[in-house]
Design a binder for this molecule. Structure first.
Ligand code: ZN
Length: 344
């Protein structure tokens, strides 16, 4: 019986040594140490032994069992350590792999143009002012010499919210508000960029919502030549030093006299082409000297103060500057269009 136990021990330790997975190890444990295993079998048969033999064999059986169990535990720790190492090796991060590029955003073309125009006028001493897009009829029309029933109101089809409140049709109310706040006590030199709204059918050159930048300069002795000088600087800085400007007579209710400014066509240098419709000139903006009634309503004495105002559409400026052929590109947010104008 003693030899039987020693043989079992040798055999079991051999199997433990050969096991290469936790599953195999568990099989060895069940086979040798389980309730139906050979060692249990030996212990069951101890009743047949003599009194002297019984404790000797009992002790040996327990010792064999302990040794097999210890061998299994130690092998188990080895296999676990090996598996962990294997797992760590598999999960190692390869720092030499190239990274995945993160796409970067950039300002919208319209935002860039508005900021460029702002910077240009800030450089000439203008301050930037903003006002509400939901406006009262008074500031949008009346304070700008457009009383109720004035035929020129038809030039700006409006979105009315109530009888007296509407979505502003131009950024001029910001000028009216600013002058009204100052109450004729000091000069004002400002530009106001912002969104405006008109009832229009959207097509390649019209949009029911668009952007405007208007400028206003009120002081003593402001003359037409001052306006021309400022607009000339704007045109040259925006479209190139070789551009010429010309002023044509026009009509706006809030300015008198009123003009429209053209710049010489960049494509043909004034010779006439399809872009300038064979005229050699391209219309850029409207302007004029502030109407005496507008100054008066804002608290300025028109005998002492005079001023000029101008207004332009940044969409049109961007279209001319970058050759954009449809105003709707600014609002449909097609990433392929917008990406072309990202500056690094
Ligand atoms: Zn041309």
């Amino acid at each position: 019986m003693k030899e039987q136990l020693q043989a079992l021990e040798k055999e079991a330790l051999q199997k433990v040594e050969e096991a290469i997975s936790l599953k195999e190890l568990q099989d060895v444990r069940v086979a040798y140490l389980g309730k139906k295993g050979p060692i249990t079998e030996v212990l069951r048969g101890m009743g047949k032994l003599s009194k002297e033999e019984r404790p000797v064999i009992g002790e040996l059986a327990n010792k064999v069992r302990g040794q097999i169990a210890d061998a299994i535990d130690s092998k188990k720790a080895d296999i676990e350590a090996e598996e962990l190492e294997k797992q760590l090796a598999e999960e190692t991060i390869d720092v030499t792999l190239p990274g995945r590029p993160v796409p970067t955003g950039g300002p919208h073309l319209l935002t860039s143009i508005v900021e460029e125009i702002e910077d240009l006028f800030i450089g000439m001493g203008f301050e930037v002012r903003e006002g509400p897009e939901v406006e009262t009829d008074y500031y949008n029309f009346e304070a700008l010499n457009l009383p109720k029933g004035h035929p020129a109101r038809d030039m700006q089809d409006s979105f009315y919210i109530t009888e007296d409140i509407l979505l502003r049709t131009h950024t001029s109310p910001v000028q009216a508000r600013t002058m009204n706040m100052i109450q004729g006590e000091r000069p004002v030199k400002m530009i106001c960029p912002g969104k405006v709204y008109r009832r229009d059918t959207d097509d390649a050159t019209h949009s029911h919502q668009f952007t405007q930048i208007e400028g206003l300069y009120v002081d003593k002795n402001v003359r037409m030549s001052d306006l021309k000088g400022v607009l000339d600087r704007f045109a040259k800085q925006m479209f190139g030093e070789e551009r010429q400007i010309r002023l044509r007579p026009s009509f706006f209710p809030f300015t008198e006299p009123s003009v429209e400014m053209d710049i010489s066509c960049k494509m043909c240098n004034g010779e006439g082409c399809s872009v300038c419709k064979k005229t050699g000139w391209i219309e850029i903006l409207g302007a004029g000297l502030v109407h005496a009634r507008v100054l008066e309503m804002a608290g300025y004495d028109p005998k002492v103060y005079s001023g000029f105002a101008f207004g332009m559409g940044p969409e049109r400026i961007a279209m001319l500057k970058y050759g954009v052929d449809d105003i709707r590109h600014f609002y449909t947010n097609d990433i392929r269009f917008l990406k072309q104008y990202h500056q690094a």
